[in-house]
Ligand binder design. Structure first.
Ligand code: BV8
Ligand code: ZN
Length: 246
């Protein structure tokens, strides 16, 4: 592993533009449940059963109970050494883009610059009926939220988590920022099972544009065969070791 770490460190040191894509794996060491690991289940529901508009339509209270439970878990978690290294790189490197699929906002709390949150934030809500004033997301960090399902303060209708569900389009400016960030010298994908699109397509876009691509994960993923180096290890261990080599 040291050999690949040195190769990657040399590439990052020499890079002008560095882009890092993260998934739930970077928050695992902080105690945030991942989606597809054994701790990813809640009351035997899979994320794909609940993170969809149809589930909210059918049973908004159940979906809100899942989000309230997750918010409660995340509220007790802090950014780990992996988040801190990425935040430091985003501060010191003029052209470092960070794109995350995570909705836990731990990159925000670590002070990460130039961050794109592809799937939104679990701490923000919008009006389910997209009423005039409620369409813009508002922040509500109460844990627990109190009355469920949450209500839109503008129209009194249902509020929903301001996250992107399966089958929903990502926000245009977020997707554009993420696509633009694939024009880079080094693309690092960290802690993602590389299953969810369009996020999972970004590493391939970067490779097609000539980026040196690397993956940090505990296991093989569909991306492992496509990257230049696949490093097996915890992001909270590998990223600090990389940082020491820079
Ligand atoms: C869209 C927000 C179109 C909500 C989430 C068939 C083929 C291709 C695509 C599709 C398809 N069928 C459907 C689609 C589209 C679909 C999709 O990709 N589905 C998948 C399941 C196949 N995508 C969509 O629907 C997207 N929208 O395509 O819109 C469109 C266009 C126009 C108009 C209308 C529609 C929207 C996708 C967004 C879904 N929302 N989350 C919420 O969070 O509640 S996705 C959800 O999965 C999370 O955001 C999560 O981040 C994301 C990806 O999961 P990971 O982050 O990778 O987490 P996971 O647990 O899976 O893996 C963790 C990894 O970490 C593991 O590999 C593990 O080994 C590793 N790890 C663990 N510990 C560590 C570690 N690594 C390092 N260190 C450690 N310590
Ligand atoms: Zn409203």
């Amino acid at each position: 592993m040291d050999e690949t770490l040195t190769i990657l460190a040399d590439r990052i040191r020499a890079a002008r533009r560095l882009t890092i894509l993260t998934g739930a794996g970077i928050s695992a060491a902080s105690g945030v449940p991942t989606f597809r690991g054994q701790d990813g289940l809640w009351r035997q529901y899979r994320p794909e059963d609940l993170a969809i508009p149809e589930a909210f339509e059918r049973n908004p209270r159940l979906v809100w109970e899942w989000y309230d439970w997750r918010r409660g878990k995340i509220a007790g978690c802090r950014p780990n050494a992996g988040h801190q290294v990425i935040a430091a790189w985003s501060e010191t490197r003029p052209e470092c883009s960070v794109v995350t699929q995570n909705v836990d906002d731990l990159h925000v709390r670590a002070g990460t610059r130039n961050l794109t949150r592809l799937h939104g934030s679990i701490w923000e809500l919008t009006c389910w009926d997209r009423c005039a004033k409620g369409a813009a997301a508002w922040r509500d960090e109460r844990v627990p939220l109190g009355e469920l399902p949450a209500r839109c303060p503008q129209c009194g209708g249902l509020a929903r988590p301001a996250v992107v569900w399966f089958g929903e389009a990502l926000r245009g400016d977020d997707l554009r920022a993420a696509l633009e960030s694939t024009a880079c010298d080094v693309f690092l994908t960290v802690g993602t099972s590389a299953i969810v699109y369009p996020a999972a397509g970004l590493v391939h876009d970067a490779r097609r544009q000539g980026a040196f691509t690397a993956e940090i994960n505990l296991e093989e993923t569909p991306a492992s065969g496509a990257v230049d180096v696949a490093i097996h290890g915890g992001a909270e261990v590998i990223l600090p070791r990389l940082d020491e080599l820079l």
